[in-house]
Design a protein around this ligand. Structure first.
Ligand SMILES: Nc1nc2c(c(=O)[nH]1)N[C@H]1C(S)=C(S)[C@@H](COP(=O)(O)OP(=O)(O)OC[C@H]3O[C@@H](n4cnc5c(=O)[nH]c(N)nc54)[C@H](O)[C@@H]3O)O[C@H]1N2
Ligand SMILES: Nc1nc2c(c(=O)[nH]1)N[C@H]1C(S)=C(S)[C@@H](COP(=O)(O)OP(=O)(O)OC[C@H]3O[C@@H](n4cnc5c(=O)[nH]c(N)nc54)[C@H](O)[C@@H]3O)O[C@H]1N2
Ligand SMILES: [Mo]
Length: 767
């Protein structure tokens, strides 16, 4: 009998791990960061492997850190290792020597494993051989690679249409694997290529494409060192991009002013002790932020408009002193209309809606007034709201007013998440490929790619739910836990005929499956990848468009792992059989052959095999960086959009789902959030003290959280109240524990990104 699988929604307080509260930290990194990194690494592997792993991260001949997409310095890199605490933790998770073989799966049923927390599941270790869950099975059983490919291929070939299969990608997949994967999927006949980007920076890509004609950021690391102002909105670099703090520190030493816009006074933004400098090791901290603007959740649009309003007033008093008239005239459209639009607002009302004090907004305007080299950085605090695309366009408006684009020290910096999420998109992992891209594939590979757009992440969940998609294939990631509305998504996956996960580590997506399920174990970044006796390397594109090689150096934990490019080749062979294009045989021989195919298909990769071997790699062309805008008329339009008001009832709150300091997305490294002073517990809700009092709640109370959307109630049980420095009516919880509350149909306009940072909730005492 198949037991019922449970979901991560514990109904009893025994699931608590034992909260301890400390004071939020005043500065990031320093010695505690080094200690924490070392503990994680050597807790998972022996000394020799640990040292080797750390020494090779982000070195020019090493491997790309799987931690985040922040770029490495072009020239001098730290001679010890270019890593940070959280990069080291990412490596500890990946390079662990704990492994799961068939014995483990024979001993533990799926139902038993699904009762564990995400933290406990992740700590089990790396999957060491292909596993298969038969229909009505209670346990995974071993399967050979050959049988696994045959099963997937025959299920795919039996579908009524290729569009009944979806192929998800998480952002760690290398350029080489991603290119092959999209080629396979399109040759199979569908554009159903949802990816983690749909939940991440899709809003940025949409906004930037529509305004500047390129969906990527425009700055390089060097620009940081020349900037006059760096404004960081909705991003927590101390935790999620720690190496960015080093760049900010250098920028500051060169005179840049830093403005942080965030509902939380995030530790890394406020000050920083560089663990790689002597001063930092001595505990000397550098103050980073000059001005902290504590916005209300989603108050950014109102704040930006208020700042722009004040800047316009100054410009009108003294024309030419604030805005860049030449730039506006030569490179933009709609300036006059935008000024009229600004004037139509009531300044006080804007400031009120932003949640920031009048004095602070005025200080921001004063800071920006005379400066023209501005970099705007942002991440999930802007992208995961209903009006995300419009808010990012408002950020672009600021840069256009100031002529801060296409010149040194200025531009857009959407800080990417997964280490190769940007590269995957460049390689064609996209459900809405351009005609040009498809034509290139057709020319190079001699087949007619499907023209219809495919499903993005939210659309594919609906399709599975409605029975329109029957096979779910994931190249990495943890789809169930990363996506919104966990119970709805679980039901969607469970309606599939077959779910397949190409994975390094065990996660919840292996436990909530279709009728049948397969796990294909693969190499991580740090693993040595040998093919026909020759060591191979792959390549990745970082957040600033630099393509670099990544060569693993650790011995894989099992001889039964297969690299991602090889998995795709074998899958193509099995699926296409005799019709399989001969190119797939070439790809299996050497990764250089894959790179040659990329060069022939995707602009910007000329001489790929040569240039990728140059230490430090090469920059991809970037039109916005060069000051040209690939829009229909070659100009960047000012964007006009209103303010979204959240009409919250007295007992309703906005909730943002954020990352703790001890996690990488759904991989939970530990139970501490050191910078926010939270230890040994993740089921917490941060709320304003006045709100807590109004609700009759005090520190340590246990509450249930409810969301109501489109007539369906969602609930997440048992969270401990922590009164915190956060604006009124705003609350924060950790992702993925509260993904159950994110409504599947609450998405950003145009980008269809789940609104994970503005979930409307009610809070009730549990008992
Ligand atoms: N160690 C580590 N590194 C990571 C990751 C990880 O999980 N762990 N994840 C990677 C990935 S995939 C990504 S996308 C990035 C994510 O990097 P971030 O975007 O920094 O991650 P979040 O924790 O989602 O933090 C969002 C920040 O925005 C703020 N915020 C929330 N809502 C609003 C708002 O309405 N307005 C403003 N102004 N701010 C708001 C929050 O307080 C928080 O500081 O990090 C990448 N790097
Ligand atoms: N509520 C809420 N939800 C969110 C977010 C949020 O802020 N709030 N953030 C969203 C964002 S920004 C993102 S990017 C998504 C992340 O969504 P995903 O990318 O789907 O999730 P991850 O947790 O990064 O995936 C971790 C799993 O990837 C596998 N893995 C790790 N390395 C490799 C590798 O090299 N190869 C392969 N094949 N597998 C590997 C491991 O098995 C691991 O368990 O989540 C989104 N969901
Ligand atoms: Mo992300």
């Amino acid at each position: 009998m198949k037991e019922e699988n449970t979901l991560p929604n514990p109904e009893n307080p025994e699931s608590f791990t034992g909260l301890k509260l400390g004071k939020p930290k005043e500065s990031a990194a320093g010695i505690p960061a080094v200690i924490s990194a070392v503990e994680h690494v050597f807790g998972e592997m022996n000394m020799a492997r640990g040292v080797k792993a750390l020494l090779n991260i982000n070195q020019k001949d090493g491997y790309d850190c799987p931690g985040c997409a922040w770029p490495d310095p072009d020239d001098d890199r730290s001679s010890i290792a270019e890593y940070c605490e959280n990069g080291a933790k990412a490596i500890a998770e990946e390079a662990t020597t704990k492994k799961l073989t068939e014995d483990f799966f024979a001993k533990h049923s799926i139902a038993e494993l699904s009762r564990l927390s995400d933290f406990e599941i992740g700590k089990k270790g790396r999957i060491a051989q292909p596993m298969y869950l038969p229909k009505d099975g209670t346990h995974y059983v071993p399967i050979t690679w050959e049988d696994a490919f045959q099963k997937i291929a025959s299920t795919l070939n039996e579908l009524a249409s290729p569009n009944e299969a979806v192929f998800y990608t998480s952002g760690r997949t290398s350029n080489e694997a991603a290119f092959l994967y999209q080629l396979f999927v399109r040759q199979f006949g569908t554009n159903n290529l949802p990816d983690c980007s749909n939940m991440c920076h899709e809003s940025s890509g949409t906004a930037l494409n529509e305004t500047l004609g390129i969906g990527k950021g425009s700055v390089t690391l060097e620009d940081f060192y020349e900037a006059e102002v760096i404004i960081i909105l909705g991003q927590n670099p101390g935790t999620n991009h720690p190496r960015m703090l080093t760049a900010l520190q250098k920028a500051k030493a060169n005179g840049a002013k830093i403005i942080a816009v965030n509902p939380l006074p995030e530790t890394g933004l406020i000050s920083f002790k560089d663990p790689q400098s002597a001063k930092g090791m001595l505990g000397i901290k550098a103050k980073l932020t000059d001005l902290f603007l504590q916005v209300r959740i989603n108050g950014d649009m109102a704040l930006l408009k208020a700042m722009h309003y004040l800047l316009l007033e100054e410009e009108e008093k003294n024309p030419g002193s604030v805005f860049d008239a030449d730039f506006i005239r030569n490179h933009t459209t709609g300036y006059k209309e935008y000024c009229d639009h600004l004037r139509s607002f009531d300044l006080e009302n804007l400031i009120h809606q932003s949640g920031v004090s009048i004095a602070a907004v005025k200080e921001a305007a004063t800071l920006l007034k005379g400066r023209k080299k501005i970099i705007a950085c942002w991440a999930m605090g802007l992208t995961q709201h209903k009006n995300a695309v419009d808010t990012i366009k408002e950020v672009v408006n600021l840069l256009l007013l100031k002529g801060s684009i296409g010149k040194p020290g200025a531009g857009t910096c959407p800080v990417r998440g997964h280490s190769n999420v940007q590269g995957d998109r460049t390689m064609g992992i996209y459900e809405k490929p351009s005609e040009k891209f498809l034509n290139n594939l057709k020319r190079e590979f001699g087949f007619v790619p499907p023209a219809n757009h495919g499903y993005d992440t939210v659309e594919c969940i609906h399709a599975m739910h409605d029975g329109k998609a029957k096979v779910f294939f994931a190249m990495g990631g943890n789809f169930l836990s990363a996506t919104p509305d966990t119970l709805f998504t679980a039901a969607a996956l469970q309606r599939c005929k077959l779910t397949v996960q190409v994975s390094t580590k065990l996660n919840r997506s292996h436990l909530i499956t279709g009728e049948e399920a397969i796990i294909l174990p693969t190499y991580g970044r740090s693993d040595k990848d040998e093919l026909n006796g020759e060591l191979q390397f792959v390549s990745c594109e970082n957040s600033m468009g630099v393509v670099q090689l990544s060569k693993g150096s650790l011995t894989p934990i099992s001889s039964e792992l297969m690299s991602e490019p090889m998995i795709v080749c074998q899958l193509a062979k099995a699926t296409f059989g005799e019709k399989c294009h001969s190119r797939w045989d070439e790809f299996r021989k050497h990764y250089d052959n894959i790179r040659d195919a990329i060069e022939a298909t995707i602009p910007g990769f000329s001489d790929y095999n040569h240039r990728v071997r140059i230490p430090g790699g090469f920059y991809l062309p970037n039109s916005a960086r060069e000051g040209t805008f690939n829009t229909f008329n070659g100009k960047a339009p000012f964007s006009i959009s209103g303010i979204t008001e959240h009409h919250l009832a007295d007992d309703e709150y906005l909730m943002m789902t954020i990352r703790s300091h001890d996690q990488f997305n759904t991989t939970i490294y530990g139970l501490n959030d050191r910078y926010r002073g939270v230890y040994n517990e993740r089921r917490v809700i941060f709320m304003n003290e006045l709100d807590a009092t109004r609700e009759g709640l005090s520190k340590g109370d246990i509450v249930d959280l409810y969301n109501q959307h489109e007539g369906r109630e969602r609930v997440a049980h048992h969270f401990i109240v922590i009164p915190f420095n956060i604006p009124e009516k705003c609350t924060a919880t950790y992702f993925p524990e509260t993904n159950v509350l994110v409504p599947i149909n609450s998405v950003a306009d145009k980008s269809n990104t789940p609104t994970s940072k503005s979930v409307v909730i009610r809070i009730q005492k549990s008992y």
